[in-house]
Design a protein around this ligand. Structure first.
Ligand code: KIV
Length: 277
């Protein structure tokens, strides 16, 4: 999967499938399921590392997980999510960190949050040949400015600003755009106005593709579940069940059974007994 094939999918009207991954086995399973794009999202901070929000996530943490994902996925387009403060200070720093995702993390492209205020960084990164995915609407790295995890673009003026930002990001060369938690009809309008594909999360069915945070989809993150998530499994419940069963087996000495144990030839055993007794 390449940035070009994503664009072609949009042109053919074929929905794009994107999921997050942070480790080798998840990336392997998503790749084998035919997921088009795997995002090593900075949601890592919340769903894997247990932070309150995405702000504490560092480049080193992202790269560690990006490398694991790149070892598991062979077909999907791999996108590394630039964490807070890795691209806001200067365009040069943005480029250096974007480059690290490709050189050290095995990613094919990077994602960053924000609109017109990020054009400098977007231009500089793309100028070095690194594909950039934009992210508008609810941008979790700005939660303090946005007043929390709340939908965006619900008034005519904020919706117009979002559409302008989307057009600016496309003009700057972004190959795709995530639209997070915005009204469905606004996301559909943006998707129609852009030639590049939009990937929605909490943005309705009118986007060119959909993404979910994998731990939400799997029911693996039980702290809170946004309204727009559809849970396809209850991995947290299943993990608890398996751990409780293991505890009970250990305590009742039903694990390990004979088939889980290593045997020794009788002659060797007798020789050992002779030696030690
Ligand atoms: O970090 C992340 O997982 C994301 C997705 C929600 C798009 O940015």
């Amino acid at each position: 999967m390449t940035t070009l094939s994503l664009r072609q999918k949009k042109e053919r009207g074929e929905p794009i499938v994107m999921l997050t991954a942070y480790d080798y086995p998840t990336a392997l399973a998503e790749d084998q399921a035919g997921v088009d794009v795997i995002l090593v999202g900075d949601s890592l901070g919340m769903v894997v590392l247990g932070y309150e929000n995405t702000l504490p996530v560092t480049m080193e943490e992202m790269l560690h997980h990006a490398r694991a994902v790149s070892r598991g996925a062979k077909s999907a387009l791999l996108v590394g999510d630039l964490p807070f403060m890795s691209y806001q200070v200067s365009a040069e720093e943005a480029l250096r960190n974007a480059g690290r995702f490709l050189q050290q993390g095995g990613m094919d492209a990077v994602k960053l949050e924000g609109g017109r205020e990020r054009l400098d960084a977007v231009h500089t990164i793309i100028g070095a040949g690194i594909p950039v995915m934009g992210h508008l609407g609810l941008t979790p790295q700005s939660i303090h400015q946005l007043g929390g995890f709340r939908p965006q673009g619900r008034t005519a003026s904020t919706a117009k600003r979002l559409l302008e930002d989307a057009l600016l990001l496309e003009e700057a060369g972004c190959f795709s755009l995530v639209l997070e938690s915005v009204p469905a009809r606004l996301a559909e309008l943006v998707s129609k106005k852009l030639a590049i594909p939009t990937i929605g999360i909490g943005a309705g069915v009118g986007c060119d593709g959909q993404v979910l945070v994998t731990h939400d989809l799997l029911g693996l993150f039980d702290r809170f579940t946004p309204k727009f998530v559809k849970k396809y499994a209850d991995f947290h419940g299943e993990m608890q069940r398996a751990f409780t069963e293991f505890k009970s087996d250990v305590e009742s000495k039903t694990f390990p059974a004979a088939e889980h144990s290593v045997e020794m030839a009788e002659a060797e055993w007798q020789e050992l007994l002779k030696e030690v007794e």
